[in-house]
Design a protein around this ligand. Structure first.
Ligand SMILES: [Zn+2]
Length: 350
């Protein structure tokens, strides 16, 4: 290969750095995985595989409870997941329900009351939370065909009902920020977006990243009785100052760290400070299905002071060509992040 013509996709630099590499076989405390999936496309289709194989992985990873966000839009998937996973192993799984946005056309002005009613039904059936997927703010439209803002007051009955039923809302909007930037040579997610062209949200036609994020902040502020968990470090892991500000203003706001050790680990000083300051507000999560190697990688990130390591399991990490640094969190913080916060916020236990 001529070095003059080396393409970025062929570049495979091997660091010549000699630094400590720690293998973490088991986490220092048992774990609740507060953000994950069991169905396609994010969870690996475990709703079609034997439950015993899944439990073996969770046992090996010391994951005590696994939060499955794939309850879906309607109730069919939720019911199936409750029967297939939770009934045989009730201590090990928690299922979240969802909102069927497509039903807005049918229910027009009464959509939110209808969706709140479905939420009551899902909770009675066994759902323990509500998952709001990223199409909210980007694609969800009302019965007039108009894009719905995150803090649209017409949806208040849904959030109020979640609060009344003590169902935490895991919400993912907008993130990552670079998906809203032009796809040119300055976009740090260039390789990822070339692989997944439909993950781009240029504005227009989409709202800007900050329009959606300000909508999230206003939603959380307007519903202090409802618990919101901002997925992927509050949907803005690139800006921990912004997330910390919302945490300061809103005691009903929490974050999970799923699929973002890439971002946290490239700003290790800020991240460590963030974990120490907001130790009661951060929930462990992975978002890549039940994957033993990935669990161990996240444990390594949280527990060790290892330097400059890959945040993913592929040779070229998927979210961008950088490496990360461990946070060597103290035991009291690890305990809160690994299970105490999720036990209190999601399971409602003290
Ligand atoms: Zn997810």
């Amino acid at each position: 290969m001529s070095s003059e013509n080396l393409l970025l996709k062929d570049f495979r630099p091997r660091p010549r750095l000699f630094v400590k590499e720690t293998f973490i076989e088991k986490p220092r405390f048992p774990v609740i995985d507060a953000h994950n999936h069991l169905a396609e496309p994010f969870g690996g289709g475990w709703d079609k595989r034997p439950l015993s194989a899944l439990l073996d992985i969770l046992d090996a990873a010391h994951v005590r409870t696994y939060i499955d966000l794939d309850g879906g839009w309607g109730e069919d998937v939720l019911n199936f997941h409750l029967d297939y996973f939770k009934t045989p192993a009730p201590e090990r799984f928690v299922m979240f329900g969802g909102v069927d946005w497509n039903a807005w056309a049918e229910h027009s002005d009464h959509f939110a009351e209808w969706a709140a009613g479905r939420l009551r039904f899902q909770a009675a059936r066994g759902a323990q939370g509500l998952k709001i997927w990223k199409l909210f703010g980007l694609h969800v439209r009302d019965h007039h065909g108009a894009l719905v803002a995150i803090d649209d007051p017409r949806l208040d009955p849904i959030w109020a009902t979640a609060g009344e039923l003590k169902l935490p809302v895991i919400i993912h909007v907008a993130d990552p920020a670079a998906f809203f930037d032009p796809l040119d040579e300055t976009n740090e997610r260039w390789e990822e977006l070339h692989g997944q062209p439909d993950w781009q949200f240029p504005s227009p036609p989409f709202p800007s990243f900050m329009t959606i994020m300000n909508g999230l902040a206003s939603l959380v502020e307007r519903h202090p009785e409802t618990t919101f968990i901002g997925a992927h470090v509050g949907c803005y892991s690139e800006n921990l100052g912004w997330v910390g500000n919302l945490l300061d203003r809103c005691p009903n706001f929490y974050v999970d760290i799923s699929a973002r050790i890439s971002e946290l680990g490239r700003q290790p000083y800020s991240s460590r400070q963030f974990f120490l300051q907001y130790a009661d507000r951060i929930l462990f999560g992975t978002d890549v299905g039940p994957n033993l190697d990935y669990y161990r990688l996240v444990y390594r990130f949280l527990e060790t002071d290892d330097e400059y390591f890959n945040y993913g399991l592929s040779e070229i990490p998927g979210q961008g060509r950088w490496f990360i640094y461990g946070l060597y969190l103290p035991d009291d913080v690890l305990q809160k992040v690994y299970f105490q916060n999720a036990r209190r916020v999601i399971l409602g236990e003290r």
